[in-house]
Design a protein around this ligand. Sequence first.
Ligand code: PLP
Length: 427
Amino acid sequence: MPIASNDRPFASDDDPRRTGAAGAGSAAAARATGSVDGAARVAKRVQAVPGSGIRRFFDIIASMDHVISLGVGEPDFVTPWPISEAAIRAIEQGHTHYTSNLGLLELREAIARDLERRYGIEWDPRDEMLITTGVSEGLDLAARAIINPGDEVIVADPSYAAHAPAIALAGGVPVSIKTEAAQGFVLDPSDVEAAITPGTRALLIAYPSNPTGAVLDRPTLEALADIARRHDLLIISDEIYDRLVYGGAVHTPIAALPGMKNRTITLGGFSKSHAMTGWRVGWAAAPPDLFGGMLKIHQYAMMSAPTVAQYAALEAIRAGEEYVVSMREEYDRRRQLMWRGFNDLGLACSEPRGAFYAFPSVAQTGYDDETFAEQLLISEQVAVVPGSAFGAAGAGHVRACYATSYEDIEEALRRIRRFLHHAPMAK
Ligand code: PLP
């Protein structure tokens, strides 16, 4: 089946990473971090959260043409047309009002049925499932619903750039657990257990992983579940990449393990699986008490997720499977090219088994990850993201996204080869 691709060299101008808080280096961007004259007027909790580590880097990209971007983590595919058409129909039919705070019941029912079929979990669409404005909102709701001031939440390092800030902005304390390249960046349950204190409230996990592509195998998941049960921890599980696993890897939601549904908030969405980043629609599933807390915040802060996007998501669940499969097949082809390509270039890269990122080491080039990314961009117009933007344990690596065309990845690898000839270690 043909799948359309944007073929754009880089993110659109309204990509938040280019304009807003992490954007183009404007005074507004600096103000958004509370780092200039207005700092005293920004709440301390917000000031304490560092601005995006990617900002300086995206400033440079914004000023360049003809960049091959392996930088931004979003599908290059355009949303499959039947999904967009369903949204157009919804507008034509006048579905332009708020929905229920919980989201369209039809959509919640369809998602719940889909999850039951795929993972065997039964969530009640009436009082355990909420439609959110992307997983981004789900993360915020989950953190704010369960964290009391000073509560510790354990999170892997490296991890998605918004995870630790979501915890901190909710008044919690993110406790980072270093994961190792040698172990494929998988969270080690014994490290998690060692980090637990009387102040530990929850564990935030997010597999398949952005930025490393790691997937948790069943024994590791079971060990984490065992720790959560023994220490009475809650789990926030960001499963936005659940449909993107490759090479025989299997995704299991931690809520599907015995005794876990009642202590887990599961977050999912359509942005990655259905190429719907701009529609801003996701879902959260949680046991009724936690669900109630999240709903309270959602109804005051958001009211309801975008209505037209909810109709699009409904069509994505009903008729989107063939697109998910064909996009995943294409990502897999690109994954093989990129991961093997990095290793051939001497940039050690463990096999990414999920999401759409490779996370090779650049330590052997003699550059640190920021300098590597900056110099590669300036001299060869290839954008990758420094690994340290995802936590201290990401240092020495870069994140390269393979949600871009096969041909662009081939060309990017050619340019990186040329670049490496001039790297400090090559001299
Ligand atoms: N969680 C992870 C791990 C992500 O990588 C992203 C986007 O890159 C999000 C959440 C945000 O997803 P959404 O577009 O549904 O808000």
